[in-house]
Design a protein around this ligand. Structure first.
Ligand code: ADP
Length: 499
């Protein structure tokens, strides 16, 4: 920890010194009602970073009450323009503290600093600015009714109090995806960050207050899923839950939401096909495959983990891929040279290594990797070798189940129909990739794959204006773009009798 401390920004050290970290409820920093805390751990070293107060039912209830009071009170009086200005101010504050956010994210999640600095933090800022733009552009319509002499129009109104439950893979960015759209539409929020990575959400909460967003509009309560998360998704005064995480948790959330029929949007897992045709630009495709699987240690819901390669180039392509993957530099995230950091937690390490064993037992051949990292300086952390499995068929568990780690399963295919058939042979439908120089083929495959996003000759490209979400068991609802406004508003029809 000593060396890590030396590398840290003064403001990060200061942030971490206020321990245990309190939660934000009604504009105040408070301990949990129970006084209980939990530890958040640096996945590169296994050492405790700091203790955090653990929200449970009672704290969630307080936060929901605060959000309700803010929603019925001060927040309603803010004009669209004022909401826009607050979101812009928040984006400016994040930008001012970009380096600090990047370090905190890397420390808590393990991801390489080059990724936190160049992806997570700028994308967060962009997201707040994008939705600030929408705050002044949400409007209803006038309707041409034939029922009589009426003026009939719609109002697009906020949903109310929104519970937001986020995962640990992009802790700050997922908070931005959830909070920015909700506030742009005029809602109030109770956010529950993942228990593995609560720190950047808590720092964001500080800046939310500094930006002048009124007390209670955003409440941030770190805690565990079955306690705090369940309390939020089951709360009778929460109007909507937005969730990103595992399929099985999504099912629990739907059940918990039944009490008051709250709205639910779910962004769940994936086992995305990435299809390589022999007529594609194979050099670019190789790089694209590496990015699609190993970015963020493979802990990405849309990772292209089922790699379909046209039969005639299968061996060559997979060989070249594993040669490149072997040279990925593993290390502590704060080291600027690091290309791949540790997995987020010991649990995640156990899960991924168990899948490595399952794959080998099923007959998959590890062309590279296949084990925990062996280097002595990586032993204390949760490092796993980036792995390319060849000789996989689409029925194997490593081809069907979400591993959520740096593991790709390469599967050969015969032709377009076979690629589409196998690509769709999964319960998931979050994303897909296609690599080809044939425009007709690209469109045909893009249309035929059952996935919420299809990338052609690229992968993992994001922009705040594009909808993101799943087909099939990858969930429902779309975040991003104008589509997220649907999640966070409801429509009212108003009839005025003109006779
Ligand atoms: P992962 O296995 O990747 O951690 P989860 O779906 O378990 O994915 O976690 C994503 C988020 O859902 C986290 O914030 C977690 O605390 C929360 N969560 C887990 N279980 C529940 C639950 N039963 N109800 C509500 N939230 C939950």
């Amino acid at each position: 920890m000593a060396t890590t401390q030396q590398q840290l920004h003064g403001s990060v050290v200061k942030f971490l010194s206020g321990a245990p970290k309190k939660m934000l409820i009604n504009g105040e920093w408070v301990a949990s009602a129970s006084g209980k805390t939990f530890e958040t751990v640096n996945p590169a070293t296994g050492e405790v970073i700091v203790k955090v107060y653990e929200a449970d039912k009672e704290d969630i209830d307080r936060a929901v009450k605060a959000a309700r009071a803010a929603f019925e009170g001060p927040w309603r009086k803010f004009s669209h323009y004022q909401r826009q200005q607050l979101l812009l101010k928040l984006a400016d504050l994040i930008e001012k503290n970009a380096e600090e956010f990047a370090q905190l994210e890397t420390l808590d999640n393990g991801k390489p600093i080059r990724e936190s600095m160049n992806v997570d933090v700028p994308a967060t800022i962009e997201h707040f600015r994008y939705y600030a733009g929408w705050a002044t552009k949400i409007h209803g319509e006038t309707l041409p009714v034939s029922a009589g002499n009426f003026l009939t129009y719609t109002l697009r109104e906020p949903v109310g109090v929104v519970g937001q439950i986020i995962p640990w893979n992009f802790p700050l960015l997922m908070a931005a995806w959830k909070i920015a759209a909700a506030l742009a539409c005029g809602n109030c929020v109770v956010l529950k960050p993942a228990e593995q990575t609560p720190l950047t959400a808590l720092r964001l909460a500080e800046l939310i207050m500094e930006a002048g967003i009124p007390a209670g509009v955003v409440n941030v309560c770190p805690g565990f899923g079955p306690t705090a998360g369940a309390a939020l998704s089951g709360h009778m005064d929460v109007d909507k839950v937005a969730f990103t995480g595992e399929y099985t948790t999504g099912r629990e959330i739907i059940k918990a939401s039944a009490g008051n029929l709250k709205r639910v949007s779910l962004e769940l897992g994936g086992k995305s096909p990435n299809v390589i045709f022999k007529d594609g630009d194979l050099e670019t495709a190789l790089k694209g495959c590496i990015g699609s699987v190993f970015f963020n240690q493979g802990q990405v819901c849309c990772a292209g983990t089922r790699l379909f390669v046209e039969k005639s180039i299968y061996e060559d392509f997979v060989g070249k891929l594993s040669d490149k993957v072997k040279s990925i530099k593993l290390g502590h995230g704060l080291n600027p040279e690091t290309q791949m950091g540790p997995l987020v937690s010991d649990d995640q390490l156990k899960r991924v290594t168990s899948y490595l064993e399952i794959g080998k037992k099923e007959g998959a051949k590890a062309m590279c990797g296949g084990d925990r990292a062996k280097e002595s300086d990586l032993q204390k952390g949760y490092f796993v070798q980036p792995t390319v499995f060849a000789d996989v068929n689409n029925k194997m568990r490593v081809a069907q189940e979400e591993i959520f780690g740096p593991v790709v399963s390469a599967i050969p295919f015969k032709d377009v129909d076979d690629a589409v058939f196998q690509g769709n042979e999964t319960t998931y439908g979050l994303a897909a990739g296609v690599w080809t120089s044939d425009v007709k083929k690209a469109h045909r495959v893009a249309r035929s794959l059952k996935a919420g996003t299809v990338w052609v000759n690229c992968y993992n490209v994001f922009d705040p204006c594009t909808p993101f979400g799943g087909y099939k068991q990858s969930g429902y609802g779309r975040e991003g773009g104008i589509h997220a406004l649907e999640l966070y508003t409801q429509v009212k029809s108003v009839w005025i009798n003109l006779d």
